[in-house]
Design a protein around this ligand. Structure first.
Ligand code: NAP
Length: 293
């Protein structure tokens, strides 16, 4: 079996940022302002802090403006709704995100529903999900959109493939199933969407031409679950304790990379695969929001 193609999300995300930066510089040269992304961060969860910091830095890299709104973890749901209403009405803000997860006393769906769909650059609002389902222009959820772009820019044509997705979350697995099943490229797949109640999961995986793991279970996909020649996309990013690292942890994907990679036609690494593509998609959505306004 030849060496697998490494689907290098870091490199492709850098290319996308370069394109966004060039287009932004051109707009600024004719007197326009840059797009502005706002991020709401509730509490100080380490993972959320790090994700938001990456998003803010990515904005600076391409010349977009950003605004970080920090809220205490004790913020009430109605106070957080006021923050969202303020951003909906703020003419300077093109798009914004409310970093998940939120504290348990806050209903994420109530907050999600309050976001103006035209500023919903995470693509989580039902209006955007519904428009995506109908194939209408919309903000696509960043991680599934990033995966599709990663496949597209690596010249992988998915038409006719059997795609098996592990995990049915609203932000990754379910929207990705829709995108891969719809007509077009990437798309035109026959999709099997698996979850914790799926019976015969290994047999489903073994039939996959394209296997996407989005469970949050480090090393879950082993070599005996992968068809030789399959394309494997690892969405998982779990912090696993590692005292030898300055950070005290290491990021682990849902795929046992060392044993699975030799079987694959192509595979994403963790880190450096889907993660950077997610941020690139968020920037793309922010740029779209700016252009629509
Ligand atoms: P989630 O909301 O926790 O959903 C996990 C899904 O996996 C659920 O649908 C669950 O099934 C399913 N599952 C759990 N155990 C399973 C098992 N043994 N067999 C089959 N299915 C199983 O997770 P998420 O938000 O989609 O995130 C998944 C992973 O991706 C996490 O590691 C997360 O950190 C990572 N992630 C990465 C990025 C990125 O940019 N790289 C972005 C988003 C998420 P049920 O529905 O039946 O419970």
């Amino acid at each position: 079996m030849p060496s697998p193609l490494l689907l290098d999300g870091k490199q492709i995300a850098a290319q996308i940022r370069k394109e966004l930066k060039a287009a932004n510089a051109l707009r600024i040269s004719i007197g326009q302002r840059p797009p502005l992304l706002a991020a709401v961060l509730v509490g100080n969860d380490g993972g959320s802090e790090s994700y938001v910091a990456h998003k803010i830095k990515a904005c600076a890299d391409v010349g977009f403006e950003s605004r970080l709104l920090r809220c205490s973890s004790a913020i009430s749901q109605s106070e957080l709704l006021s923050v969202v209403h303020g951003l909906n009405q703020d003419e300077q803000v093109d798009g914004f995100i409310v970093q998940l997860p939120l504290p348990e006393h806050i209903d994420e769906q109530v907050i999600n529903l309050a976001i103006d769909p035209s500023k919903d650059v995470d693509g989580f609002h039902p209006v955007n999900i519904g428009r995506m389902a109908l194939g209408l222009p919309s903000y696509l959820p960043a991680t599934p959109a990033g995966i599709c772009e990663l496949l597209r820019r690596n010249g992988i044509t998915t038409s006719g493939m059997h795609a098996v997705i592990l995990g049915r979350s609203h932000i990754v697995g379910s929207p990705l199933a829709q995108l891969l099943a719809r007509p077009g490229e990437p798309g035109n797949c026959t999709v099997t969407l698996c979850h914790s109640k799926t019976v015969g999961l290994r047999d489903h995986c073994l039939r996959a031409d394209l296997l996407v793991a989005a469970l949050g279970k480090p090393g879950f996909v082993k070599a005996d679950m992968v068809k030789p020649g399959a394309i494997v996309v690892d969405v998982g990013t779990t912090r696993v304790a590692d005292p030898s690292r300055p950070s005290g942890f290491v990021l682990r994907g849902d795929v046992a990379f060392d044993e699975v990679a030799p079987l694959c036609k192509a595979i994403t690494p963790v880190p450096g695969g889907v993660g950077p593509m997610t941020i690139a998609s968020l920037l793309t959505n922010t740029c779209q929001a700016f252009l629509h306004r």
